[in-house]
Design a protein around this ligand. Structure first.
Ligand SMILES: Nc1ncnc2c1ncn2[C@@H]1O[C@H](COP(=O)(O)OP(=O)(O)OP(=O)(O)O)[C@@H](O)[C@H]1O
Ligand SMILES: [Mg+2]
Length: 401
């Protein structure tokens, strides 16, 4: 309900105005002079329409309009001056000083009512505009924050790409040479054993040292392969150039991934496929999509590795605009505590030598670059269900990334 202030020193005018305004459904407050009117205009909820006598004790009607124009802390208040003045110069003076409308005395209820309808429309439009402006401001702030974030990510991506490029060759060199040293060491070990067979005291000490060297070489080798895996992961995560796209059958990508994961699946896991028949071809990069499915399948295999028997169900489905692939396992599922963290780079619950925590962040990045979605939910009494959705629209592949 809109609140209206009536300010007039004559009780009969106030009475008549109030009677009509209350009948028309307005909430009315009254002031007997300009000073009281100005006070009432400062009280929340603010009056949004003020019917002000031009000539009244204290502050006159036009002065109040002037003050309202200057005071930025108040909302928009529509002012109607009650006056018997008819001279053009007077009316111009009042309008120039902030009055919005006039009502001549004695007032006609029909005329006043239509003035109030205009006032109501303007007040509501002003409120709507302010609300819209506030929403726009909020949106602009969110967008600005997103842009800063995207910019930081892009900088990080470039930085990561540079670092991984620099690390890539020396670490490959370290890994290859550790392997070479290990192979030679195994041969030397055989010779040394033979040479030492006649001297048991010496041989014990030397054999112990040989074991230590072998373990150290194994650790160097594991560590360097882990670094290689991380470097590859980061570089595919931060890669800026576009991968070649082609029309492909998503089932082919899944089948290649299953083949690559054979070793992880063969002991305790039954694979059930339920592929949609006549699946449409989609646009994408087959190697990247295979990489996604390898990550998802090996995560599922790892989740079920603690069980004697596990089941991996891979199904596909076509909706109007998308192809959906679901990968469901019978592992323990993902606990609520970490379900939102699993997409973060380097988040892993696996021991250091088993996981880098880059798998899902890479999968998400690849699927996003394909204009698709990847998400997970737990299936009660089953395990985790990862869904990949890819668009059937032709131009979905984001080449600019
Ligand atoms: N199918 C699944 N069931 C249960 N937990 C899962 C499953 N898939 C992923 N997770 C959880 O999400 C975490 C992050 O997975 P992500 O693939 O990113 O890294 P990772 O498998 O730990 O390491 P890697 O970089 O070698 O893939 C896993 O450590 C695991 O806790
Ligand atoms: Mg993984």
């Amino acid at each position: 309900m809109i609140k209206i202030l009536i300010a007039d020193d004559r009780p009969t005018t106030r009475y008549m105005l109030k009677k009509n305004l209350c009948e028309w459904g307005y909430d009315v407050v009254e002031a007997t002079d300009g000073t009281e009117a100005w006070k009432l205009l400062q009280i929340e909820p603010f009056p949004r329409i003020a019917i002000l006598d031009w000539m009244m004790p204290g502050i006159d009607g036009v002065e109040i309009c002037k003050k309202l124009q200057k005071d930025k802390s108040l909302p928009f208040i529509y002012t109607i001056l009650l006056t018997s003045k008819k001279e053009r110069e007077d009316l111009v003076y009042a309008l120039e000083n902030g009055a919005h409308n006039f009502q001549s005395k004695p007032f006609s209820p029909a005329e006043l009512r239509s003035h109030l309808n205009v006032a109501k429309r303007l007040v509501e439009a002003d409120d709507q505009l302010k609300k819209y402006a506030a929403q726009m401001e909020q949106l602009a702030e969110i967008r600005a924050r997103q842009l800063i974030h995207a910019d930081r990510l892009a900088t990080l991506g470039t930085l990561a790409a540079g670092i991984t490029h620099e690390i890539s060759s020396p670490i490959t060199y370290v890994a290859a040479n550790t392997e070479l040293a290990s192979n030679h060491w195994r041969k030397i070990r055989i010779f040394l054993k033979e040479l030492l067979s006649g001297n048991p005291d010496q041989s014990n000490n030397i054999l112990k040292s040989m074991d230590k060297i072998e373990k150290a070489l194994d650790r160097i080798s594991n560590g360097s392969y882990r670094i290689i895996k991380i470097v590859r992961g980061i570089s595919s995560f931060s890669r800026k150039e576009s991968a070649q796209k082609e029309q492909l059958n998503i089932h082919d990508c899944i089948n290649v991934a299953l083949q690559l994961c054979q070793n992880q699946l063969k002991y305790n896991i039954i694979v059930k496929k339920n592929y949609a028949s006549d699946i449409p071809l989609i646009w994408g990069n087959p190697h990247q999509l295979e990489q996604v499915f390898v990550n998802l399948i090996s995560n599922a295999a790892h989740a079920m590795s603690q069980f004697k028997q596990g089941k991996l169900m891979i199904s596909s489905e076509v909706s109007t605009n998308e192809v959906h692939v679901r990968i469901v396992d019978t592992g323990p599922g993902i606990s609520d505590d970490v379900i939102n963290d699993i997409w973060d780079p380097f988040f892993t619950t696996k021991p250091e030598e088993k996981g880098t925590g880059l798998g899902l962040s890479i999968c998400k990045e690849i699927i996003t670059r394909h204009g698709g979605h990847l998400w997970v939910k737990n299936i009660p009494d089953k395990g985790a269900c990862f869904t990949v959705s890819l668009s059937l629209n032709e131009i979905v592949y984001n080449n600019s990334k």
